[in-house]
Write a new protein. Structure first.
Ligand SMILES: [Fe+2]
Length: 579
């Protein structure tokens, strides 16, 4: 049976027009504040202490930037505008059109999310500018007969009426059901699961990997199948949305039964535009089903902000202060629309997204952010011949603070499996065999010194069973991680599982044109499939197994799912084995 939240959201029209991209996108005082920040810290993350270190870096940045800039970026926090509390009886249409979500499970705690949006395709989502009280409850059963926790929270207009409820006092390693209510409206029911106790012996952990869901490239059918899987959590590895224009027919979806409003047919730049884009994506019934079925652990890639940006460097030639404001808008809309906890709430153009999650003694997840602090791509980005510019020692992918945090954290890891959910391909990946090959300057191949530092850090910390989990590439890969990439006989030090896209790239094929060439060029490549889908990772004490799920097509709804291939890892014996 399809759950109630599968119902389609009817397209809406009307509403107030958005500012055009050609007009000044951001208010003058914000642009002045951003200019001020840049003047004080013109360098990017390669300069130590410019915002890439948690705490110290940001404090330095903000203190020296001055109170005016801080105030300008902080406007829009609840209380600053004194929005009135309104009677929920004023909500005349179902406000739970975007469904519910949960995220970042801890032992006995989970984060619950929803956003009130009676008209998600309109700026302001069809609500007056005021706050609304929303009740929530968590139960042991889906009929809500045995309530575990309940409470009330406030949906603030400053956060676009989103709710982030950190529920504590739950049992560890347990399934719960949750829902929200405001006025006469009750949300769909979500299912979630808390993490096990830190010392618990966990027999099995099942997570799905997902990434790259371009709405305009096809249907999110993979999410409908992912919703049906038996999982502890979903790791979303970025490109949750794309900033590109979406036409009236939804691009490759080729809608015949609806027309999307013209306000989606432009690149997202402002806070209002990013918020609307989440409204469009989250109105997709398959994505809502996935969120309602499992807790999500998310990190972003570039498209939640802008294609291939690096730290404070935009893709294109725009004024630096404009990009900083765009980043602040994108980060804020991201947090508002995702089941993320309060420490992840952005401060202006900064957001602490990297964080660590544990699942008993079985698994440690170090969730990375490879966008916010990285050096600019070398040689103008894209596929290039490597050279001294890409190989410079000082180049960073994580920023000094995050890199230190990662390696320090590994030193105290007692986990059987150490997993690195992150965005871009970690293993070396040559495009052709032999001399004259090129590498992707946007992936870790463009930051080889940083990659070597991470691998050396893992080795020095003595962590067990390193598995890098990757999105971004729109194909499924399995790589052995080598101590020396030039020597196929060199020691294997870990594995990388890259999940394919949910929909980006439209319909894929099992063996893309470069299939044989890539295996020849990269002896440590163990698996490659070019179809759309997701990946299920099953961790046990002695084995880890990756099952690459694929859907034959995304340009038509309702495709079936199959397993394109499976790989096995044996604890203590690094390297991928075909199943
Ligand atoms: Fe992507």
């Amino acid at each position: 049976m399809r759950p109630a939240w599968h119902r389609a959201v009817p397209p809406t029209t009307g509403g107030s027009p958005l500012s055009r991209p050609s007009s000044p996108a951001h208010p003058a005082e914000l642009r002045a504040a951003a200019r001020h920040l840049l003047r004080r810290h013109p360098a990017g993350p390669e300069t130590p202490g410019t915002g890439d270190r948690p705490g110290v870096g940001r404090r330095t940045l903000l203190t020296s930037a001055g109170a005016a800039a801080v105030l300008a970026f902080a406007t829009g926090l609840p209380g600053s505008a004194h929005a009135a509390a309104l009677d929920p009886a004023r909500i005349k249409r179902d406000p739970f059109t975007l469904g519910v979500a949960s995220g970042d499970p801890l032992p006995g705690s989970v984060l619950l999310w929803t956003r009130l949006a009676p008209r998600p395709y309109e700026t302001g989502s069809g609500l007056p500018r005021g706050s609304f009280a929303v009740d929530w409850e968590v139960a042991e059963d889906d009929r809500f007969a045995r309530i575990a926790r309940r409470g009330s929270a406030t949906a603030h207009p400053e956060f676009d009426h989103s709710l982030h409820v950190e529920v504590t006092g739950l049992e560890p390693a347990r399934v719960y059901f949750y829902r929200f209510r405001t006025g006469k409206w009750i949300s769909p029911v979500g299912r979630t699961r808390t993490a096990p106790d830190p010392g618990a012996r966990v027999r099995e952990l099942r997570v799905a990997l997902a990434s790259c869901q371009a709405y305009h490239d096809g249907y999110f059918t993979a999410h409908a199948h992912l919703a049906e899987e038996d999982l502890d959590a979903v790791l979303h590895l970025g490109d949750y949305l794309y900033e590109y224009p979406v036409g009236a027919g939804g691009g490759a979806r080729a809608y015949r039964d609806r027309k999307l409003p013209g306000r989606f047919d432009r690149e997202t730049r402002t806070l209002a535009e990013y918020r609307l884009r989440y409204g469009l994506y989250k109105s997709d019934p398959d994505l809502r089903a996935a969120h309602a079925a499992h807790p999500f652990v998310l990190t972003w890639d570039d498209h939640e902000t802008e294609n291939n940006y690096a730290g404070r460097k935009p893709e294109n030639d725009v004024r630096p202060e404009d990009f900083l404001l765009r980043r602040a808008a994108a980060y804020r809309a991201y947090w508002e629309n995702q089941p993320l906890r309060l420490p992840q709430r952005p401060k202006g153009p900064d957001m602490r997204l990297y964080r660590r999650l544990h699942f008993g003694r079985l698994a440690q997840f170090d969730v990375l952010d490879t966008r916010q602090y990285r050096s600019d791509q070398a040689y103008g980005d894209g596929w290039q011949r490597p050279g001294p510019k890409s190989e410079a020692i000082r180049r960073t992918m994580l920023g000094a603070g995050q890199e230190r945090w990662l390696i320090d954290g590994w030193h105290s890891s007692t986990a059987r499996w150490n997993l690195l959910p992150q965005q871009v391909t970690f293993a070396r990946r040559r495009d052709v065999p032999g001399p004259g090959h090129k590498l992707s300057m946007d992936s870790w191949d463009g930051y080889p010194a940083a990659r070597a530092r991470v691998l050396a850090g893992a080795e020095a910390a003595g962590i067990r069973n390193l598995v890098v989990l990757t999105g971004d590439v729109h194909v499924a890969y399995g790589f052995d991680l080598k101590q020396d990439w030039d020597d196929p006989a060199a020691r294997t030090v870990g594995a990388e599982i890259a999940t394919t896209s949910i929909s980006s790239g439209r319909n894929g094929t099992a063996q893309p044109a470069n299939w044989s060439r890539l295996f020849e060029a990269n002896p440590h490549l163990r698996f490659y499939d070019g179809r759309r889908g997701y990946t299920v990772l099953t961790l046990r004490e002695h084995t880890a197994r990756a099952d690459f799920r694929a859907v034959p097509a995304v340009t038509v709804p309702g495709a079936s799912v199959l397993t394109a291939g499976s790989l096995l890892m044996i604890a203590g014996s690094p390297g991928l084995r075909p199943v």
